[in-house]
Design a protein around this ligand. Structure first.
Ligand code: DX5
Ligand code: ZN
Length: 224
């Protein structure tokens, strides 16, 4: 099942509850929350208190993407704040296996994120202890960037790898996905499609989520 996953990074933070209600009405079931620390990426965003407030306004699955150094220090706090899944960057983890274990022990799904330049091959052994993999299709830090085309080849490779290993874990993609390239992204094997500006900067976020779900469903129907 393909999920259109709105990223609140491009939402109006002064009216977050309304923005979330809009995408929820459009049929979104997962909401993406970007956490940035100004070190791992050159931008700052939100911490556990905001996740906690969001948790009170919605029953959607909250997918927290940690773009921070030493994520093992903060992962539990985000689960306690209400995250259903927490992903950590391969590039930020000295002890990735342990950090994934920590997230799972706290009761959330544990995801591994790869920056565009990090090859899928690094997942070969660790894949079986991850609940999902997030492929960055832009360099992390900002919304509204252009999708880096070679990441779609990484998605196809990862799709092959999970089939070989008989693992059903979702492939998530994040950055630069919009109405025009969504079909291609789905056909490359991605399941959780994060999209920020294409939804929240559109005139009708609710309708855009619905339209994206239709495009994704059509693309799955012709997937070979
Ligand atoms: C970028 C973030 C993304 C961002 C995507 O570092 O991880 O989740 O919100 O935004 P768009 O869809 O505008 O590229
Ligand atoms: Zn993200």
């Amino acid at each position: 099942m393909i999920e259109i996953v709105p990223s609140i990074l491009s939402a109006d933070f002064a009216h977050l509850a309304d923005e979330i209600a809009r995408v929820e009405r459009g049929g979104a079931r997962i909401l993406h929350l970007d956490v940035m620390d100004g070190h791992f990426v050159p931008n700052l965003t939100i911490g556990p208190p905001v996740v906690e407030s969001v948790r009170k306004t919605t029953r959607l699955h909250l997918d927290v993407h940690l773009m921070i150094e030493s994520p093992e220090r903060y992962a539990a706090a985000f689960v306690h704040a209400g995250a259903n899944s927490v992903s950590v960057h391969y590039e930020a983890c000295r002890h990735l296996d342990a950090t994934l274990g920590l997230i799972r022990a706290e009761g959330a799904m544990a995801g591994i994120v790869l920056n565009p330049a990090t090859p899928v091959a690094v997942l070969e052994d660790v894949l079986e202890v991850a609940d999902y993999v997030l492929l960055m299709s832009v360099n992390p830090g900002f919304g509204g960037q252009k999708l880096i085309p070679y990441v779609l080849e990484k998605a196809r490779k990862l799709d092959r790898l999970r089939r070989e290993k008989k693992l059903a874990l979702p492939i998530e993609i994040d950055g630069g996905v919009h109405l025009e390239n969504l079909g291609e992204v789905v056909r490359a094997g991605c399941d959780w499609i994060v999209t920020g500006s294409a939804i929240f900067h559109s005139s009708d976020p609710e309708a855009t989520v619905r339209e994206m779900q239709e495009i994704a469903a059509q693309a799955t129907a012709v997937k070979v």
